[in-house]
Design a protein around this ligand. Structure first.
Ligand SMILES: Cc1cc2nc3c(=O)[nH]c(=O)nc-3n(C[C@H](O)[C@H](O)[C@H](O)COP(=O)(O)O)c2cc1C
Length: 229
């Protein structure tokens, strides 16, 4: 499907038919998710395709049994996992070294990334450093706290979620992103840590033609949001 057509036809679907979604459709969409741009290419994310009937039933409950989850043929949980930074940083350094990457790239991952992601106890010092330096020259002000690092991973996971949903639409199926879930229960179900953030549960299926979509797509006038500066 042509890109703009894919963007146009994607809608949040809250009721699906009983038609199965072929496994390859999900696999292709997951591959597309992994190609999303992400902060420092640290790939601090996880995608949990919940397939076992028992776990799926528990996940539906954790999604407040809402229609989009209850009638879904497949459910994917997108998780921000900032705790992965060390292993991913090491892997990145191995790959960059093998590719004979320039010294600045190696410095970025061996010095800047550990300073940014690690040394949480230095958070107030980082804040002070960024803000004092910022008086004199343009300065990146964040991330300085653990919460900021979490936010960085969440942004990347959200971009991956959109790639996933568009890839499903491009293959003729539908999705619904959900944040209406009990995060503690989803964490427990997937054996995640407290440092992991469940970003979205995405349901997938074939749109129920009579009640899948609640109405026409409503968007406010573009002038309200788009400014040329
Ligand atoms: C972060 C996020 C969370 C959402 N959570 C839910 C949800 O829990 N349940 C639901 O039915 N729709 C959910 N939606 C879907 C939105 O309601 C939907 O995208 C919006 O109404 C626009 O409709 P459209 O996607 O069909 O254009 C969510 C969307 C996003 C981006």
């Amino acid at each position: 499907m042509e890109f703009f057509e894919t963007v146009r036809v994607r809608r949040s679907v809250r009721a699906y038919t009983e038609e199965d979604v072929p496994g390859e459709v999900i696999e292709r969409a997951l591959d597309a998710a992994l190609l999303a741009p992400n902060s420092s290419n640290m790939q601090t994310w996880g995608f949990y395709w919940v397939r076992s009937p028992r776990e799926k039933a528990l996940l539906v409950q954790a999604c407040m049994s809402q229609g989009a989850a209850r009638t879904a043929r497949e459910l994917i949980v997108v998780v921000a996992e900032p705790r992965r930074w060390k292993e991913n940083r090491d892997e990145m350094l191995r790959k960059l070294t093998a590719n004979q990457a320039p010294a600045f790239a190696l410095d970025y991952y061996s010095k800047l990334i550990p300073f940014t992601y690690g040394f949480r106890w230095l958070s107030p010092v980082k804040w002070l450093l960024f803000n004092v330096a910022g008086w004199f020259r343009p300065m990146v002000r964040r991330p300085w706290s653990g919460r900021d690092i979490e936010e960085v991973s969440i942004k990347s996971a959200a971009l991956a979620s959109e790639n996933f949903m568009l890839a499903i639409s491009a293959q003729g199926f539908s999705t619904c992103p959900m944040e209406g879930f009990d995060e503690s229960r989803v964490r427990r179900l997937l054996k995640l840590t407290r440092a992991d953030r469940v970003v979205m549960v995405i349901s997938v299926g074939r749109e129920n033609p009579s009640r899948g979509i609640w109405g026409p797509q409503i968007r406010f006038p573009r002038e309200k949001f788009i400014k040329q500066v």
